[in-house]
Design a binder for this molecule. Structure first.
Ligand code: PLP
Length: 411
């Protein structure tokens, strides 16, 4: 595949990439945890705080109107990123993926699920897309079922068919594993859920920032994602929900901004989406996330996905030639994003991570908020290298050379 991104131009937009760590140019391979932020996003954040840092919605004065317009524009940018219906007002700002999932569990789940109903998810989920369903099952009396994984952590369509039965009311799965980069058969899962009338949620925390997404094509009911993993700020994220679902969902936070009328006797709610955004929102965060969405669309999500797939193939090839490397995930390259998890035989992942850090290479080690998947693999953790649009093959060469050195030191 030919290079389609101008990586040098991209890298020049990310100030953190010009830093040295421990005397080496930084290699940032921890994008699964959070992405770095490019100049356009930094400028959008600074512009809000410097030029118009006033509250939205409430002001009759010009500056507040401007801030409100920027906030609304950010919502529109997210809508375009995921191709939601322009007319339906289906994007809600939240604090991030975790909050979005909790909002669905509490605001939709508690109202619609009860004993005899089934919630279906998978053992490969991030805790954020598992613990809220465990809690919902406990509180509603519904049963939680898991689509079983292959030994290597994949999902077969047979397993999907066998697990999503007539009692399934809600099916919540990740579009991409934050541990192995595996992209489950989302279309088969959504089709199986639809066939039994179940509502669907996709955890797009690792996906939306790396691949083109069209919620109308996918036909999912909910899609959740975080700003900080897509070149945006921390503390901001989104909940996409089909209008129909939003209309049958309760707000979970109550107070200012989400009401239509308050009397001493009770209150009525504002229109969607304000109904779900109580209190002064993270205005700068929303504007920064909207700018990040624009930035990714300017670069091209297809190009980003291709670039990361290529990096995955390079690292899988290079690491595959080292017989002491144990990689995780058995799915073919075509079902993987830019995340590579591995261990060195007989070596604790934290030791590998610390020694990589000595060479200026930032990776994540541990259980990656996915303890059930670690249990499935029979390990306590992995070393995870996760890529984004600014990573290069040269960085992978440096990484592999560092791994070889570490193996030499530790064994
Ligand atoms: C797949 C997946 N889901 C959910 C989350 C939670 O995201 P946040 O911490 O931004 O709420 C993460 C974060 O790593 C993730 O990778």
């Amino acid at each position: 595949m030919t290079e389609t991104l101008d990586i040098s131009a991209v890298r020049a937009q990310f100030p953190v990439l010009s830093r040295e760590m421990r005397g080496h140019p930084l290699v940032y391979f921890d994008n699964g945890a959070t992405s770095l932020k490019p100049e356009p996003v930094l400028q959008a954040l600074e512009a809000y705080y410097r030029d118009y840092s006033v509250n939205i919605h409430r002001g009759v004065y010009e500056l507040s109107g401007y801030a409100t317009a920027q906030y609304d524009q950010a919502r529109e940018s997210l809508r375009r990123l995921i191709h939601a219906d322009p007319a339906a007002g289906e994007v809600i700002f939240t604090r991030g993926t975790t909050e979005s999932v909790n909002m669905v569990a509490t605001g939709w789940g508690l109202r619609h699920l009860g004993p005899g109903d089934e919630i279906v998810t998978t053992p490969l989920e991030h805790h954020s897309n598992m613990v809220p369903w465990q809690e919902l099952a406990k509180r509603s009396g519904a049963t939680l079922r898991y689509i079983p994984l292959t030994a290597g952590g994949s999902i077969t369509t047979e397993a999907v068919q066998e697990t999503i039965g007539p009692r399934a009311r809600l099916v919540a799965v990740s579009a991409m594993s934050n541990v192995t980069g595996y992209t489950p058969p989302v279309e088969a899962i959504l089709a199986a859920a639809r066939a039994v009338g179940a509502v669907t949620l996709l955890d797009g925390a690792q996906y939306v920032s790396h691949h083109p997404v069209d919620v109308q094509d996918l036909g999912c009911d909910f899609l959740v994602f975080s700003g900080h993993k897509m070149c945006g700020p921390t503390g901001i994220g989104a909940l996409y929900a089909r209008r129909e679902r939003l209309e049958e969902m309760d707000p979970v936070l109550f107070g200012g901004d989400m009401i239509e009328r308050v009397t001493l006797e009770g209150s009525t709610w504002a229109r969607i989406p304000e109904k779900f955004e109580a209190g002064t929102p993270n205005i700068a965060g929303a504007i920064g996330m909207g700018r990040a969405a624009e930035y990714l669309m300017e670069i091209g999500l297809d190009q980003i996905a291709d670039h990361e797939r290529r990096l995955f193939r390079v690292i899988a090839d290079r690491m595959g030639s080292l017989d002491y490397v144990v990689p995780y995930g058995d799915a073919p390259d075509t079902e993987r994003g830019g995340i590579y998890s591995f261990n060195l035989e007989g070596v604790h992942p934290h030791d590998v991570g610390s020694l990589l850090d000595q060479q200026g290479i930032a990776v994540r080690t541990g259980f990656h908020c996915a303890q059930p998947l670690m249990d499935h693999f029979g390990i306590s953790g992995t070393v995870r290298a996760s890529f984004y649009l600014y990573n290069t093959e040269d960085e992978i060469e440096r990484f592999v050379a560092a791994v070889e050195r570490i193996h030499g030191i530790l064994t």
